[in-house]
Design a protein around this ligand. Structure first.
Ligand code: FAD
Length: 463
């Protein structure tokens, strides 16, 4: 592209996670001489320690749970079935390796030069990676986030982070999760399916806080029925070990409780990854919340440097990091680009799954927007009845006058797959009537979205 440029590259991306490697691909596609620096494995948290490993473990654990639960119906002795967590980990590693090698291939295919090592700023156009000193016109920071270390009073020998737990090979009898966010609840589901007695402790007054409260309440009730204990407003006082038995001592609602623990997951948040980066050398503004960037341009206070994904201190989701990566590469190379912050779908991979796009009812109310709610329960959906997964509903929040949709929230089997349709509808600013007029395949779970849209349009069909 810039043959007259005095820099080694047009774009350098720091960090090879879903934000960084996608930004690098887009920059290269636009003709930029592109480099990427990564100190660990390509794919970042998402492929190596996050989205993919957790979903692999969940998939194996849910298959085991379902088989064991239904074995009797097929004349199979459920007592003979045993989960081998060590083998789940092998299977998980195979999936991760396959996807990481896919990213490696994409770097080669797009002629992106990959530097292995920790990148540190020298100035606003120069970074150092090991022995290499590299200059670039534009720099995109995508260094992601890492586990936030927490210290609790007492014996922490049973505590693990979300990194370590992915390679645990022993199923604990009692599993305690500290933190009722998405990571905590998904890993609680894994160990529940494997037969552990699971307790989730959350310091706030509810779990899964960004999600619609009505759907979270239904999910919580389902988790309770499954045998997962959720304790909210819980302050951890101490981890007490006596005579070889450990307990997490908490206070909740003025009462002390002490659930037994053989393994404790610390899932109370992550922090932006700035170690080794030396952002001050480039004159960048930063804090423990990350490197602030303009939400539209992703530019930092230093105009040729952009920050995307988890390190920018906003939404911590892989698909959001990737969308920002594409937009930042385009903006860096003078192409007009935009990320629609109003529609960032998010999901919890429990049974049933919970997913969300647009505003929750609470957020709509807080904005004083006139709204109505259409609900279609999954017990009215043919595919869900066939699968025996009738817990949950589709909830559509809309304006009755204009038909504008504010948010769509789904609690159902495969809700995470279906929310893509909701995100598309919101992004295209479709009305409820337009969704209702779209023929959906039968029998599918996504028909429930159409049914909710029929209700919102004033012409309910299967209700
Ligand atoms: P990262 O993926 O963290 O990548 C940053 C990369 O930068 C890393 O590879 C790191 O090694 C590298 N790096 C850091 N500093 C330097 C440096 N100085 N020099 C060179 N390289 C450096 N999100 C979802 O959307 N769906 C999910 O299901 C989901 N599940 C998750 C489950 C878990 C257990 C966790 C922890 C997270 C999950 N997430 C999920 C969140 C998701 O993983 C992150 O939002 C996403 O990976 C952020 O992408 P990123 O590119 O900003 O950063």
């Amino acid at each position: 592209m810039s043959e007259t440029s005095t820099y080694d590259f047009d774009v350098i991306v720091i960090g090879g996670g879903p934000g960084g490697y996608v930004a690098a691909i887009r920059a290269a596609q636009l003709g930029a001489r592109t480099a990427l620096a990564e100190r660990d494995r390509l794919g970042g948290t998402c492929l190596n320690k996050g989205c993919i490993p957790t979903k692999s473990l969940l998939n194996s654990a849910e298959k085991f749970y379902e088989t064991k639960k239904n074995a009797g119906d097929y004349g199979i002795d459920a007592g003979l079935l045993k989960a081998d967590l060590a083998n789940f980990v092998v299977k998980k590693n195979q999936a991760v390796d396959r996807l990481v090698s896919g990213v490696t291939y994409l770097m080669k295919k797009n002629n992106i030069k990959v530097f292995k090592g920790t990148a540190a700023f020298v100035d606003e156009h120069t970074i150092r990676v090991g022995e290499d000193r590299i200059t670039s016109d534009k720099i995109i920071i995508a260094t992601g986030s890492q586990v936030r270390d927490i210290t609790l009073p007492g014996d922490m020998s049973l505590c693990v982070s979300s990194n370590e737990i992915l390679n645990t090979e022993k199923i604990p009898e009692n599993f305690v999760v500290i933190g009722g966010g998405v990571v905590g609840i998904e890993l609680a589901s894994v160990f529940h399916c494997l037969g552990s007695k699971v307790t989730v402790l959350e310091v706030m007054d509810d779990i899964l806080l960004p999600f619609d409260r009505e759907l979270v309440a239904i999910l919580k009730e389902k988790l309770r029925r499954d045998g997962i204990t959720v304790i909210t407003s819980a302050t951890v006082k101490e981890i007490r070990t006596a005579e070889g038995k450990s307990r997490v001592v908490i206070e909740s609602g003025g009462k002390e409780q002490a659930p037994a623990a053989d393994l404790i997951l610390l899932a109370a948040g992550r922090k932006p990854c700035l170690d080794g980066l030396q952002p001050e050398k480039a004159g960048l503004r930063f804090s423990e919340k990350g490197i602030p960037a303009d939400p539209d341009t992703m530019q930092t206070n230093v105009k040729n440097i952009f920050a995307i994904g988890d390190v920018a201190g906003g939404i911590q989701l892989a698909h959001f990091a990737s969308a920002q990566g594409i937009a930042a590469a385009e903006q860096a190379l003078g192409v007009k680009s935009h990320v629609n912050l109003k529609v960032v779908p998010s999901c919890v991979y429990t049974v049933p799954e919970l997913s969300s796009a647009g505003m929750t009812e609470e957020a709509t109310k807080a904005k004083n927007l006139p709204y109505k709610v259409a609900r279609f329960p999954m017990r009215g959906n043919g595919k869900s009845v066939v699968a025996g997964e009738t817990d949950g509903l589709v909830k559509l929040i809309y304006n009755e006058e204009s038909g504008e949709i504010f948010g769509i929230h789904i609690l159902a089997e495969r809700a995470a797959d279906i929310i893509g349709e909701a995100a598309l509808a919101l992004n295209m600013e479709l009305t409820a009537a337009e969704i209702a007029a779209t023929i959906h395949p039968h029998p599918t779970v996504c028909e429930a979205v159409m049914e909710a849209a029929h209700i919102a349009s004033g012409s309910p069909i299967h209700q």
